[in-house]
Every structure is written in structure tokens, then in C-alpha cells.
Write a protein of this length. Structure first.
Length: 326
């Protein structure tokens, strides 16, 4: 069985092709970028429209197959930016209609978890889902992914990118800040805001921006990232204590940050838990994770009519019933 997945929730238009063993046959993508203003939804959607055909052709070539070899088409139905989501949905509907292939819309966040579990081998983890728009601490319970804690304002990735743009690092800024993290030597006091199990990054971001030019650049990057990730670690530790689970899975785009992995590694060692970090190619938004999510749901018997494939910008992780077996 071969599945084709389309990812278009934000800056990335990706096409992935996987088989029933989660072997990645293709994982092609192109990403919109604006170093001065982050993601402009309309411009990003136009970028996706202009690149969809080329990315699809590249993926089919990489997988050495044609559309006749595809058994299921899936696309990211949400959450995400409306104009961007609609490009993926329209492309998926067109391919489904033209080639007579079943179509499924899947949850972008759940796809991050599923590809992480498939590629790391973890079974029942506390999930640290960190990306541009999302930061959630998640655990499976009674057939759903329960959000035990989450950001109340912005994703940690967005906070990093806004800070990085102010520092002149362009977009995305997270990888640059992560490199400078390891060059910093002094922890500058910055606002730390954990409200129960939830997180607030706005105060940290505002104060860090005020401190630009007043401190060593590496020290400020270290302090900003260390404070943000300490907040994530605190809520993760509480989730481990509450659920008594023995695995932690880090997924989403910010999972690529080495500094976050090192902090969580120390946490897991202290609590006797095993840390799993999704491989970097599948941490960032990608089509392979959408293809895999579509395949496991299709294999479990899920079907959708075209009417049911409307995009949902606020498609929450905890709105999905887990009816499949990974």
C-alpha cells in the first residue's frame, strides 16, 4: 500500500509518499519565507499554488512511482492558516477526483505524533509538541490525545522567530538562536510564566526584545531560549508525574533544537523516563507525516466524502478519536 500526503498548514508545501511499513519513499517540500515579516497567509498560499505541481512531480520521481501506484491521498485538514490549508485541500481533491483515489483529511498535530512514534519506536509517551504555532504537552488517555498543558498566547516557535527577526536573523530564526545558545555564558533574568500546566510566552518575548543591545548577543539568545524551554520542561515534568508514563516524545518543528533535547534529556534521566526525539527530517512540517497518518486511518477503515474535507483552522489535537493501531 502506498499513501501520498500533502502538507500546507503554514510556510511549507510538502508532498510525502510512504508505504505500509512507514518507509519514506519521498518527502519533498518547498517553504515560503519572508525574513522581515514572518508568514503572510495570502502570499504563502500563492507560493504554495505556484509550487504545488513541481513538488508533486519531484515526490513521484523520488518514489519512482506514478499516481496509479497511490492507494490513498491525505492532506492536512487543520489546524493552520486558512489560505494555506485550502491550497492543500484543493490539490488533494483534484488528484482524488482525477485518479479515483480515496481521500482523507487528517489532523496536522496528530500526524506529528504518529510519525514521531513510528520513527522512534516509542509506545505510550508524554508528547512535547513544540512548533511555530503550537506548544502542547499531550498524553493518550481513553482513546484520545489529552492536552495536559498548552500555550495561552503563542507557540514557542513563533516566539523564537519574532525574537530572531528583531535580532536580524531572518526567518526561520530558531536554528540560529539554537547555535548561539551554546555560546552564551551568562543567564540574564527574564520573565518566566507557567500558569498551572499552561504557558505564556508574550512577557518573555517583550522583555527579551527590550534587552537587545544591552547585553552580549550570545548571552541574550541563551537566556531567552533557556527560559522558554525551562517553562516547557516544568510542564513536561508535571505531566510525567501525573500520568506516570515512562517515555517522552519530542515532536514538531522545534524538536530540531539541540538545546531543548539536552534539557529534556536531563529531566528524563532524573525521572527514570526514556527520551525520544523525532528525526530532524520529520520534525519540521512535511508531507510524509501526513501520508503516514492518512495511511493508518485508511487502513483502520476511515472514509470521508468530499463534503467532509472542508479545512478546519482550529482542528484541535484533542478533537481526534484514536481508532487506529499505529
Amino acid at each position: 500500500m502506498h499513501a501520498l500526503g500533502l502538507e500546507s498548514t503554514a510556510h511549507t508545501f510538502g508532498v510525502g509518499i510512504v508505504d505500509e511499513h512507514c518507509t519514506i519513499l519521498a518527502n519533498e517540500k518547498k517553504a515560503y519565507t519572508n525574513p522581515d515579516a514572518g508568514i503572510h497567509p495570502r502570499l504563502a498560499a500563492e507560493f504554495h499554488l505556484n509550487n504545488a505541481k513541481g513538488v508533486l512531480e519531484s515526490a513521484l520521481a523520488a518514489a519512482k512511482c506514478t499516481m496509479k501506484d497511490i492507494d490513498i491521498i491525505s492532506f492536512a485538514q487543520g489546524p493552520g492558516l486558512g489560505p494555506c490549508l485550502r491550497v492543500g485541500a484543493i490539490t488533494a481533491r483534484y488528484l482524488s477526483s482525477r485518479y479515483g483515489i480515496p481521500l482523507l483529511g487528517v489532523n496536522h498535530c496528530v500526524a506529528h505524533i504518529s510519525i514521531g512514534k513510528a520513527k522512534t519506536g516509542c509506545k505510550d509517551p508524554v508528547v512535547v509538541y513544540t512548533s511555530g504555532a503550537n506548544t502542547q504537552i499531550i498524553a493518550e488517555e481513553n482513546g484520545k490525545y489529552r492536552v495536559l498543558g498548552e500555550t495561552l498566547d503563542m507557540g514557542v516557535g513563533n516566539a523564537l522567530d519574532q525574537f530572531g527577526r528583531k535580532m536580524g536573523y531572518g526567518f526561520p530564526a530558531g536554528p540560529v538562536i539554537d547555535q548561539k545558545y551554546f555560546l552564551g555564558k551568562k543567564l540574564i533574568p527574564l520573565p518566566y510564566s507557567v500558569k498551572g500546566m499552561d504557558l505564556v510566552f508574550a512577557g518573555l518575548l517583550t522583555e527579551a526584545m527590550r534587552q537587545i543591545g544591552k547585553h552580549d548577543e550570545n548571552d541574550l539568545c541563551y537566556s531567552f531560549m533557556h527560559t522558554a524551554f525551562s517553562m516547557v520542561c516544568e510542564t513536561t515534568e508535571r505531566a510525567l508525574a501525573h500520568t506516570e508514563k515512562k517515555e517522552v516524545l519530542v515532536t514538531g518543528g522545534v524538536a530540531a533544537a539541540k538545546s531543548l533535547s539536552e534539557m529534556l534529556k536531563i529531566l528524563c534521566e532524573e525521572r527514570g523516563a526514556e527520551l525520544h526525539v523525532v528525526p530532524k527530517p520529520y520534525a519540521m512540517d512535511n508531507g510524509a507525516m501526513i501520508a503516514w497518518q492518512g495511511l493508518i486511518e485508511h487502513r483502520a477503515g476511515r472514509k470521508q466524502s468530499f463534503v467532509e474535507t472542508k479545512v478546519n483552522q482550529r482542528f484541535r489535537t484533542d478533537h481526534v478519536d484514536i481508532f487506529w493501531k499505529d
